[in-house]
Design a protein around this ligand. Structure first.
Ligand SMILES: Cc1cc2nc3c(=O)[nH]c(=O)nc-3n(C[C@H](O)[C@H](O)[C@H](O)COP(=O)(O)OP(=O)(O)OC[C@H]3O[C@@H](n4cnc5c(N)ncnc54)[C@H](O)[C@@H]3O)c2cc1C
Length: 471
């Protein structure tokens, strides 16, 4: 039997496509070689945020004495219990949001490894042994990405953790070297630090969160240092060896100076690469680009008109909401000739550290590079009533606006709940609002979202002179 749509992978992009196709009455088959649900639910968003939430609960207890009269504390973490709890949560969500949905919408998930043969056709090496040939009108490559590690002397012999294996440990190490100061590395670093591990972060670029505004990077580094982590920017891990049960790591800075650090574990968070190996792409004329990504046009179609790609494997921003949007676009284009693309201009991004880093739109440097004459304001959280009553004024808001019109070009937030705040900024960016309008709109008092309004008001007034409850 030939299907309307055959999908390789069962992550966010695959499920979005399968649901969209089934809703329009198409027959679907999905092939998965690993665990159903892919990265987000099994090894990415869900487990990392579940463990970060636990680490935050411990941190909240340990820092409760910032409120006069409140005493609290935290004991050592029973890590194996925490990991088992996380595994239960993941299993429940996998069943409810993935496996169960496939049964409900009515498509088969074939356990096995898929590769293309001429036709195109899918040749599946079944997990239980044997093979199956699958034919379809359209095919979707939704094979995601996998951790990528640069070559480091001694690393293969010493071994290392990735975000996936770190979140499967059964006991907390005493110390950990986290290589990579971007979003996965920062989240993992703070997660383990807040659970009681001595953590050092190494970042090759000259600052943490190197694609964010420099003000946010600097403030975040200060916060992590204050929480007891070590931060080494402009530094690479040049070699490692094992000595007395520990890893001894050589760090080399931009001037070529070296220093040695010891740690129980090394966690490599140096990026993720699209998964395309063994797919037999040559047989069906699908090209792979320089970064290992499947080359697609704006409609997510590959060079083969019957083969599409979605999610991390395309080299597009690695977020599950992008993957999900891709899946739906592919179905619209393949079956309804919608000729749809996606606009990433106002795509928000969040790093779930405490406080969170969130941004949407252009940075100051990005706006200038695009020829905008821009005007920027930075509002430290000490001017935000919500932060004051929380007795936690760590963080800031930076707004980038076009000079003259005041049109908002970018919003950048380091704050408790920054991910929620940035959703508001996306609406403002989408509607081409000016900071003058944003400064005049209703905003509930004593929310963190008010930081956005106050930051907007700094374009026209000295907000340090406002009464705290004034609009
Ligand atoms: C630690 C971590 C935290 C993250 N946190 C967030 C977050 O908070 N918010 C967010 O938006 N995003 C987050 N992400 C990113 C997000 O998880 C990914 O962008 C998203 O899951 C990608 O979905 P996908 O459908 O492209 O691929 P995946 O979900 O990776 O699915 C690909 C699937 O294809 C299967 N496969 C591969 N090759 C074959 C083959 N030949 N045959 C059969 N099956 C195959 C794989 O086994 C896999 O299950 C995080 C990622 C990580 C690693």
């Amino acid at each position: 039997m030939a299907f309307d749509l055959a999908i390789i992978g069962s992550g966010g992009s695959a499920f979005a496509a399968a649901i969209a196709a089934r809703r329009s009455g198409r027959s679907v088959v999905m092939v998965e070689r690993g665990i159903v649900g892919g990265t987000c639910v099994n090894t990415g968003c869900v487990p990392s945020k579940a463990l970060l939430a636990a680490a935050e609960a411990r941190q909240v207890a340990l820092s409760a004495d910032r409120f006069p009269g409140v005493r609290a504390g935290a004991e050592e973490v029973a890590f194996a219990e925490l990991i088992a709890g996380k595994a239960d949560l993941v299993a429940g969500m996998r069943q409810e949001k993935y496996t169960g949905l496939a049964a409900e919408y009515g498509w088969e998930i074939v356990a096995g490894q898929a590769r293309f043969g001429e036709g195109p056709v899918l040749e599946v090496a079944l997990a239980g042994g044997g093979a199956r040939r699958i034919e379809a009108e359209h095919y979707l490559i939704a094979t995601g990405s996998a951790p990528w590690t640069p070559p480091v002397d001694g690393l293969a012999e010493v071994g290392h953790l990735t975000s996936t294996t770190a979140m499967e440990l059964q006991a907390l190490p005493g110390s950990m070297l986290v290589v990579g100061g971007n979003y996965v590395g920062l989240e993992q670093a703070q997660l383990f630090a807040r659970l009681g591990v001595r953590v050092e972060v190494v970042e090759m670029r000259d600052r943490l969160a190197p694609t964010e505004e420099p003000e946010l990077s600097a403030a975040l580094a200060e916060i992590l240092l204050d929480e007891g982590m070590g931060v080494h920017t402009g530094t690479v891990l040049s070699q490692v060896r094992r000595e007395g049960g520990q890893v001894v790591a050589e760090l080399r800075d931009a001037e070529g100076c070296t220093r040695w650090l010891r740690a129980d574990e090394v966690l490599m968070a140096t990026g993720r690469k699209p998964v395309t190996g063994g797919l037999g792409l040559d047989a069906v004329g699908v090209r792979v680009g320089e970064r290992g990504e499947i080359v697609v046009d704006e409609r997510l179609r590959t060079d083969n008109p019957r083969i599409w790609a979605a999610g991390d494997v395309t080299g597009h921003p690695q977020f599950v909401y992008v993957a999900g949007a891709h899946g739906a676009v592919v179905v619209d284009n393949a079956f309804h000739h919608a000729e749809r693309g996606l606009d990433y201009h106002h795509l928000p991004r969040v790093t779930f550290t405490g406080p969170q880093v969130a941004a949407a739109g252009l940075t100051e440097a990005g706006a200038t590079a695009r020829g905008y004459d821009c005007e920027c304001r930075v509002l430290p959280l000490e001017h935000v009533p919500r932060a004051l009553v929380n007795r936690d004024t760590r963080g800031l808001v930076k707004l980038v606006a076009e000079r003259g019109t005041g049109r908002l070009l970018g919003a950048h937030v380091l704050a408790d709940g920054a991910g929620e705040v940035i959703a508001t900024a996306v609406y403002a960016l989408h509607n081409r609002m000016s900071v003058y309008e944003m400064g005049e709109l209703w905003c509930p008092y004593l929310t963190m979202a008010e930081a956005l309004k106050l930051a907007a008001q700094t374009f026209t007034r000295d907000i340090t002179k406002l009464s705290c409850c004034a609009a």
